[in-house]
Design a protein around this ligand. Sequence first.
Ligand code: ADP
Ligand code: MG
Length: 729
Amino acid sequence: MSKMRFFALNELANRKPIEVVLPSKNLSDYYSSHVFDKKTMQEFLPKEAYMAVLEASENGIPISREKADLIANAMRNWAKGFGVTHYTHWFQPLTDGTAEKHDGFIDFSDEGDVIERFSGKLLVQQEPDASSFPNGGTRNTFEARGYTAWDVSSPAFIVDDTLCIPTIFISYTGIALDYKTPLLKALNAVDKAATNVAQLFNKNINKVSVNLGWEQEYFLVDSALFNARPDLSLTGRTLMGHSSAKDQQLDDHYFGSIPPRVTNFMKDLEIECHKLGIPVKTRHNEVAPNQFELAPIFEDANLSNDHNQLVMDLMKRIANRHNFNVLFHEKPFSGINGSGKHNNWSLQTDTGVNLFAPGKNPKGNMLFITFIVNAMMMVFKNQDLLRSSIMSASNSCRLGAHEAPPLILSVFLGKYLTNMLDTLEKQVDDKKMTPEQKTALKLGIGRIPEILLDNTDRNRTSPFAFTGNRFEFRAAGSSSNCAASMIVINAAMAHQLNDFKREVDELIDKGNGKDEAIFKVLKKMIKASKSVRFEGDGYSDDWCKEAEKRGLTNINCVPEAILKYETKSAKQVLIGEGIFNETELRSRVEVELEKFIKKIQIESRVLGDLTINHIVPTAITYQNRLLENIIGMKQIFDKEEYEHLSEARRSLVKEISEYVSEIKAQVKAMTEERKIANRLEDIEEKAFAYSNKVKPYLESIRYYVDNLEMEIDNEIWPLPKYRELLFSK
Ligand code: ADP
Ligand code: MG
């Protein structure tokens, strides 16, 4: 056995659970203790400064320099109580994860003495060097300098000795270089559009906010084993590995108890989350062995997204404390269930109404139906754009690939809603409705049962499912930033609602009554978007065929999917709703293509190294052993006996030779293709070359390696195997 694998297994055998102590029996004693939240602000800030923060966060009114100084000073005083010495502007560049640049509070006073200072200027704005963050092509045409600016709507928090201030990140010329900036714009756009539509029903509605509740799936792998797998540690997934004799067939993991080492990790994580005011609530096993899920109570989308990013960071660090590595890759193990990040999405009015929840009376239900139908229409019109928001090298291993669910964007509504829409479609007629028809319709709509709220016939295979009072977007990958899909969903919803409102207004102008106008447009939309509704098994082959007949799109190629960000209709949404300008959109596409190229490039290199330096030599060692054995046999047996007894060994030698030759030839061919691709200047051509010419080798080389793994003596196999990675406790 290689030393690497031997030591890893040895270390694993000696692991003990790391004990965790609750800070207090009462959660409320420490919940949000490390957040400069409203309660803390009131305690530390003069009233006028506190009001300024509220005004800024709720109405976007700028904070004056004087007040910013007051706030910064109060923040520092509060943070000092926790031994904080540094501060950072915390932001979400277009890479995966977050970035921060730490600065000390240290400063010189006017007299030249060393003092601690944190001014309003430093709180509000900072200038990290943007050149090391991805910005697509904008670097060539624009200055690389960027700055971060305080997002007042998300509170500052403390991690270790650092005060973290959530910020947006934009280039010196105003180009957004992060996820937060366009997310805030999309939330604003949907607020305006949804408010206008909601006012058709209730004039008292003045604001619509977006709720997001994410569910984060992940795998845990023991750190020693993780480090002994260069593919896992360098690419986040296993590039080889034969599936274990026992994997998830028994499905006993989902309901099984959580091993103590993992429970302690989860407990530790929850404590840290709660200190940071992140309302994590559920934790459970997932379908695959060593796969788990964490979900908080939903929050305002911007805050919820910050919290998801923060949680992912915390998870990595706390996992290390417990000698685990957390895997966010969407498909770390081939043949085993992948990890997603479900985005539970709903719209809520300032009058406290969830627009995706059935109302208490016919009028409320009309409002509900209006938003449901618009959401459905939004998906129908924006299938490609929605897909582009979740497509990546890693998520494409989980969706749309070999043995993976297809990437068709359909909507699941459940039996009740489906029947209701069918009734609505039939009931309303193009000609003027009689009063009786109207009453019938209203009664029909009035009868949405409460049962909907626990919509039990949930369909787990639908990428966009209505789950009683929200939609659940399940195509997003576990490693993604929720903002990527939230930007697109909310921008597209804003666009859809604006279209809807315009059509309704036009009909009213033509003399239709308001209700009638709404019915007419809804009916048209129900008809038009029918093909996007699907209640069956979204993972089946039949569905792929059926979807094709219906004209729904299904794109597996990553660069092709990403480029759908720039179709005419996508631009109408993203540029039309003011989320991006042309340059920003182009830069985003280039960043995504670049990420894809880099990921495949790294995977291909790592696979090449591993096979040539670890797998092939091991295969040859084993082969030599077999050869010695065969020669020995020849010496002691007579010809007939020898031929009979050595046959299996001889054919094994042949098989191993063939696999080894195949691996060497394919690695060489893959390297050649990589060289050709690397010479391409055009980023799109390069991405397609990586997708079509390089990526297929990852699968085909793996096939031979996995076969070798089955043939070669377990004792000398160099890498920890699937059963060790997945079933170690
Ligand atoms: P599931 O059965 O899908 O695993 P969970 O109860 O684990 O459901 O979590 C679903 C997520 O949906 C949680 O984050 C929860 O807070 C969130 N959620 C519930 N209601 C809403 C809503 N109205 N809007 C947005 N998210 C919601
Ligand atoms: Mg869910």
